[in-house]
Design a protein around this ligand. Sequence first.
Ligand code: TYM
Length: 334
Amino acid sequence: MEANLEKEIVLSAIQPTGTPTLGNYLGALKNWKEMSADYTCYYAVADLHSITVRPEPKDLRRRTLEMYALLLALGLDPEQNTVFVQSHVPAHAQLAWILNCYTQFGEAARMTQFKDKSEKHPENVNVGLFAYPTLMAADILLYQAHYVPIGADQKQHLEITRDIAERFNGLYGETFRIPAPFIGKAGARVMSLQDPTKKMSKSDTNVKAFISVLDDKDTIVRKIKSAVTDSEARVYYGEGKDGVNNLMGIYACCTGKTNAQIEAEFSGKGYGDFKAAVAEAVVAELAPVKEAFDRLMADKAYLNECMQKGAQKASYVAEKTLRKAMRRVGFYQL
Ligand code: TYM
């Protein structure tokens, strides 16, 4: 614990909206695990965020537990890291309210995720969806995070977080650390296997478009085999080769190889060989996660205990920042 005081701070979160995809994994979760060796890390299951789409209560409960188990299955040590569920730490919702009052309507309305989601679901454009980024800002600022590992799609939310924090600090003096995004080079944007111009998403209606981190070997092989490529049958990174570029990105992320090395490896070979190698690399990457997940899900008591401890550790830190912000704003202190 003492040694951790010197380390820089990392925070990230993932919504329990379904089993994460290979995109979530390569874009964010893999980095979470890697960063946990060198940073003091706070990782949350963002259940408050996930109710903007009104899930069934029983699904929300189950997915929260599953997502928590999955975070531990990645190999995140719950003693060394603080792994918790967002709604177990009330400070998140409390700070989010305060930050709402330091965020302009216009700047929240510019968020592309808000625009996309309100276009896709015009029947449920709720205020929560609109205020989503201020809750995300609260998540990050409460822990005084230096870095936030995310995929490219969340970058704009990090920018607004920085703007809000700078505004608040400008008005009241240093209160929040200004966080920086951490976006890995490969894997920042894993694309759909069926339409490689769209990001891979767990809510895609075509299940062949995404790989779930809990898919079994045969499913992974089948999905990668049927991934959309092009008619050129040559493996190289280039314009107009979105499908191949995407598979190369996935392969690079799983194996640590560069594009040049991949091109050399498959020179003179067709897409069949290439796809088989990509599938094998993905299976090797995900199999241990699935195995650990199945083991953890069989021990709910242990998961509950970890959640409880995580919530306590997170609350201790979050409360400190919340009290400071409230003092600054002028709330009457008892
Ligand atoms: P969420 O739950 O949609 O996704 C979790 C993480 O996965 C990344 N990601 C991807 N990366 C690469 N390729 C893809 N196709 C892909 N799809 C998703 C996301 O960028 C994200 O990093 N708002 C966040 C959750 C959140 C959060 C936070 C994140 C709540 N509070 C505080 C960081 C800090 C979200 O919806 O992520």
